[in-house]
Design a protein. Sequence first.
Lengths: 430, 243
Amino acid sequence: MLKGFGNFLLKELKELVRDPKILLGMIIVPLIMFPILGAVMGYAVQSAQEQAVKATLVVVNNDDGEWSNAFISFLQKAGVKVLVENNTVLENGKVLELVSKYNTTQILEIPKGFSENVTAHFSNSSIKASLRFYGVFLGTSVFESVSSSIVDGLVSRFNRAIAPDVLYTEKSTIVKGEIKYGVDPAVLSGLMMSQSIALPITIMILLTYSIQIAATSVAVEKEEKTLETLLTMPMDRLAILLGKLSGSIVVAAVGAIAYMAGYSYLMGSVLTGVTANINIDLASLGLAPSFLGYLLLGVSLFVTMLSALALAVILSAFAEDVRSAQSFVGYIYPFIFLPAFALMYVDINTLPYAFKLVLYAIPYSHPVIASRAITMGHYWTAILGIIYVSAFTIVVMYAASRLFATEKILTAKIKFKRGKRGKKPAEEFY
Amino acid sequence: MSLAIEASNVTKIFGEIRALDGLSFNVKSGEIFGLIGPNGAGKTTTLRIVSTLLLPTSGTVKVFGFDVVKNAAEVRKIISYLPEEAGAYRYLSGLEYLEFMAKFHTKDKYEAREMVNEAAEISGLGERLKDKTKAYSKGMKRRLLVARALMVKPKLAILDEPTSGLDVIHAYHVRDIIKKYVQEHGVTVLLSSHNMLEVEHLCDRVALVNKGKVVAEGEPQELKEKFEGENLEEVFAKVVKIA
């Protein structure tokens, strides 16, 4: 054993454990945040499954033979809510008409000759019977693939009961009112998921970096005692605040660009492989954001970043040094991580009202919500988010400017002592 | 002679602590005025109020006729403040730091360069001004900061413990700079120090501060004679005892 190691380690642990900022930020916050996240995601998975099972499956029976009726009975016995529509030619317009008529997101067509093919399969196993599945893609949640997967599961069960591989499903997706033949909703959903994960992660990293930069830049001025000199200069104090914010934004933006470039290269290399195999081009499916979409996302990200930075500047103004400032801004992180993680997997509209309200109230949710909304062309969702975050930013900026205009920028301090929080008089001032 | 500072019945309360308790003093234009007293006497609070950083809880302070609360922006144009433990930006060179500070006082490039040249001369740092300030010793940093405070030729320089933490040689150099600068440019200086011997040699007049009040005020020689002390330390001890 190294001489003095044990003694030193004990001291380190005592210091760390007794620092309430570390205890709160490193232990208590994750202990609270992740169970909440787990509950949100668990709920989302459960509700997606329930919805998929409860959802009406419109079965268009163009075969009306022995095996097609047997398959429909099998579906009904499996608990699927089935509505049967007989002898309907499923052209483009008809599929959409059925979707609208039955308010459904899934249609299964049993084509003519289905029963004949199943029967033929018993004498020649190379003959198979096909089913055609149409799933409506809403682009709201990764769990959209559930309905498609449930149909897959049912077909497998039917095959196991009758003959292996007798049935197979040709899948198509309805995107923004257009049928995309040969595109599996599950694969599309998986592809969209990779995009819907990329952006929240980027936003999360961008916000946490810029918050750290802003907090440190203010705290360094205090720690290095340069702020006092600056405050006596013949300059507008708002210029100090805006200078701090702008500097942090520039550094964070450069960091974000570098990060995005690296990440898009990574995603590009991953997606190229995926898309080559499944032959899906998101842009041609209308699932790549438009210029207006990108613009709205950029504005949403900018106002959110500004609000986070202003909040970081306020919090760090209460810190005595860089370490305290970084601990203080650590309390903002759960509000960044929670929506980013939750909205990666879950459609906000499927959540209980209280959760929905909480997520909408957190300003850092909005770029993530906007990223999903602009892909689907729901621009108003992004615009309303921008308005809300801008209002929040104005309030925070006003508070920050008031703080910089008064002596509070020097005297305001939060001292953690024996678990009590309170303002500490600045005794070193006299 | 006009008044550079008029501090009248100033109090400052931090929570439950009364840092200043009816403090009053006047500083004449063109003199070096010292606030002396032990740690916690209220010197720094006084300087911070004069330099518009803190607001007095009650009482008034005027700098060349401008109220530090009502006309703070005007006051900031004519003062230069050197905090006790001031630092410089670690990743800027000494020259960059001086340029940065000069640009707050003038938009004219020529004037700014003049200020920086002046500061370079005051600091005596020579080629080392091209180095980043993180590489400076404490003495070098203090000389840079004193030079920064004086280069703009303020009407009033407010220097909090200007020789704080410096060794004898560096402290002597900084005192020398201040004295010379005042003689050459007619700048008024308000400084604080708990080093009473230093103040005795540097200041035209001093105020002894204790527990947030001025307990005696006058020229060092005058005070020594009045309170029969060999130096200001003895004077201070006697004044505090009487008070």
